[in-house]
Every structure is written in C-alpha cells, then in structure tokens.
Design a protein around this ligand. Structure first.
Ligand SMILES: Nc1ncnc2c1ncn2[C@@H]1O[C@H](COP(=O)(O)OP(=O)(O)OP(=O)(O)O)[C@@H](O)[C@H]1O
Ligand SMILES: [Mg+2]
Length: 381
C-alpha cells in the first residue's frame, strides 16, 4: 500500500488550464474524497493519477515512485468508473477474473481472490449470472469487486454511485466506507455530492474551477470553512450569507436592514478589521426558535415566513429579515404559516466571518495546523 502525492500538478487541454498548480497529499491507508461542482476538474485529477491522462506539469508520486511516465498498468492502482464498464457477455465470475488472468495470476490464487471479494461484497450467489441479470446496485458491487481482486496499492473511484437510486446510494456508500476500513487500501474517491463527501471521507478536498480550495476532515471544513465558496458548498441546507460591515470599532455587524452585536469570542477578529466589508455566514442550525435557548451569546431577529418545508425531524423555514432571506432549521412541531412573523434567535458565537473582497475567512491563522478550534459553547458572558 502507498500514499499518493501531487506536487505542482497542472493540466492544460491546448491553451485551457483545467488544473492549476495542485498540491495534495493522500496518506497511506487514507480515504480521501475529492468534491466540487461539475466541471471543476475532479475526474481529470483522478485520471492523471491513474495515468489515463498526461500531466502538463508537476509530479505525481505513488508510494516512493514518481509515476509521471509510468503507464497505467504499472501504477498499481485500480479504478472504478461511474459507468460500471462490465463485460456484458461474461459472467460475474469471469468479469472478476479477467484482470487477474491478463496478469497471468495462478489459478488457485484467482479462485481465492474472487471468492474472498465475492464474500466481502455479498455477491457470491450471483457469480454465474451475466451483468444483464443484475440490478444496478449489484452491478456496482461487481465493479468494486473487480478493483478489490487486483489488490492494488490505491483505489480510485469516480462517482461510482451516481447510477443508483437514493436508497441504494446511502447503502452502498456505507458499504464502500466499511470495506475501505477493513482493507485499509489508500482510496481517492470523487463525487460532486457534499453529503457523500462528508459521510465517507476521512479527509475531503474541495475543488472549484480547477483549484483546490481547502482540504481537511469533514468537521474542519464544516466548522472552519476557509472561503465563502467552501462555506456554501458544505452543509445542507447551505449556510446563510449576509453582506455587512464591521462598525463601532468591531462591536457591531451592520447589514443594510439589521444589525448584530459581535460576541466576545469574535471580538479579536472584528477589532482587527474595523470598517471592513464582510460576508457574515450563519448555518441554518444556528438559527433557533425564540423559545429555545441558544448556546453562548445570541441575538433576536424578527422575520416573515415565506415557506416552511417539513422534513419530519425538522422544518426548514425560509424567512425574510429586512432585505435578507434566512433559512432556519426549526423544531418540526412548530409549523409557521407563510406571512407569519416569527421571532428567531441567532447563535452569535457560531457566526463565520469572511472578507467581502477576498472571500477568505477572516480568522484564518490558527486553522492551518491546529487540529482543535475554539470550543463551541464556551460562552464569554
Ligand atoms: N479531453 C478534454 N479536452 C478539453 N477539455 C476537457 C477535456 N476533458 C475535460 N475537459 C475540461 O476540463 C474541465 C474539468 O473536467 P472534469 O471532467 O475533470 O470535471 P469534473 O469535475 O469531473 O466534472 P463532473 O462532476 O461533471 O464529472 C472541464 O471544464 C472540461 O470541459
Ligand atoms: Mg467527473
């Protein structure tokens, strides 16, 4: 097994740069997810690691070998594609055996590897069927099985679950994560679905427009997104953003139609940037019903309900406060009607502050190395 390191990796198609100066280190045994919107370059990165796409600059290392000039078959990787790419005329067993036969693996070992993979994936009863006789989820399992029998140093997955229905996806994503924990094979997994990224990845790398924006554990990305983009991309429903200025020398956040006091925990940040135009981020789960007690310092806001979406465990309320729309996750048993004015409470210590100009998080400094962040609920009041 091996880690994968990308240093200054670039990809150009003719003159168009699609991957810019990419530095990324995937540790041995790690499950790394690459996530980002369509067209941001995820598949291109994976194909460059696999050797299916040449790199225009930089180096890619797998284990201790620079693989820039190695053909795919010598890179000790196995890739699972979105389209399962099974051979339709072969049985499941023949599909699983195919790559091993090409490598002239001895018969006894082939049988052992195939039986082991089939058992891991629960497809042993399907070995004599052809792909046509399988459901989408079963085909996906066979595609994963084909990667497992190869016993590669690295698994590469490109959106392997996108052809499955929602329920199968949830099931398979847990299965793939469990499988990786068991096999401990270094894995790079591409998806555009941030829920998949958060639930599966030990670390997640967020891409936009060919650039790596942030890499960290799911909770690091959630608690301390480095940019407005990452903040809006991670979390559902997405974070609310309010354009404001830091006023009163750092004591107040002033939006066009309302103000929020700055909590003591954020004063070091705002005091250092008086007058700055900022984007204030607040997650829907940090906006509460006024009758609920918030954590730490809070501020009350009145808002007019536009729609309420009951989800059973919670209700997602879209409400207007002045010129701003706020989306809040509220108690499901309270179902406000459109047009109703409701009193909300914002947990101020959970605010995220970004520079309006650069879109970067204002309090970036401690984030880069320190694993722990300001403990939530550490009220200074
Ligand atoms: N062979 C090619 N020639 C020219 N441009 C390409 C080629 N392959 C990909 N691109 C461009 O590179 C960019 C990144 O594409 P890529 O397929 O890596 O995106 P992606 O993040 O995987 O998107 P999706 O989520 O839609 O699969 C896109 O703008 C795409 O148009
Ligand atoms: Mg893709």
């Amino acid at each position: 097994m091996a880690g994968v390191t990308l240093r200054g990796v670039e990809k150009r198609f003719d003159k168009t740069v699609v991957i810019k100066n990419l530095d990324l280190e995937v540790h041995e045994h790690e499950f790394m997810v690459l996530v980002g919107p369509s067209g941001c370059g995820k598949t291109t990165v994976l194909r460059m690691i696999a050797g299916l796409e040449e790199i225009s600059g930089g180096t890619i290392t797998i284990g201790d070998r620079v693989v820039n000039d190695l053909p795919p078959k010598d890179r000790d990787i196995a890739m699972v594609f979105q389209s399962y790419a099974l051979y339709p005329h072969m049985t499941v067993r023949e599909n699983l055996e195919f790559g091993l036969k090409i490598r002239r693996t001895p018969r006894a070992q082939i049988d052992r590897l195939v039986d082991h993979a089939a058992q891991l994936l629960g497809i042993a009863p399907l070995l004599e069927r052809t792909p046509r006789e399988l459901s989408g989820g079963q085909r996906q399992r066979v595609a994963v099985g084909r990667a497992i029998v190869r016993q590669p140093a690295v698994f590469l997955f490109d959106e392997p679950l996108s052809n499955l229905d929602a329920k199968q996806r949830v099931q398979m994503r847990a299965e793939i994560a469990k499988l990786q924990q068991r096999l401990q094979t270094t894995t790079i997994y591409v998806t555009h679905d941030q829920v998949e990224a958060m639930t599966m990845g030990q670390r997640v790398a967020v891409f936009k427009d060919g650039e790596l924006k942030q890499v960290g554990t799911p909770m690091e990305l959630y608690d301390r997104p480095a940019t407005v983009f990452v903040a809006g991309f991670i979390g559902t429903p997405p974070m609310n953003f309010i354009a404001a200025s830091i006023t009163d020398g750092g004591a107040t956040l002033t939006a066009p139609t309302f103000t929020l006091p700055v909590p003591a925990t954020l004063r070091p940040v705002t005091d250092a940037a008086p007058g700055r135009r900022v984007v204030v981020g607040v997650r829907p789960e940090n906006i509460l019903d006024a009758n609920r007690e918030g954590r730490g310092e809070t501020a009350a806001v009145e808002a007019e309900v536009e729609i309420a979406e009951p989800l059973g465990s919670e209700v997602i309320v879209h409400a207007r406060a002045g010129d701003d729309m706020l989306v809040a996750k509220l108690d499901p048993h309270r179902h406000p009607a459109p047009g109703e004015t409701i009193s909300l409470v914002i947990e101020l210590e959970a605010l995220h502050l970004f520079d309006a100009e650069t879109q970067q998080r204002l309090d970036r400094a401690p984030q880069d190395r320190a694993p722990a962040v300001v403990p939530a609920g550490n009220s200074a009041v």
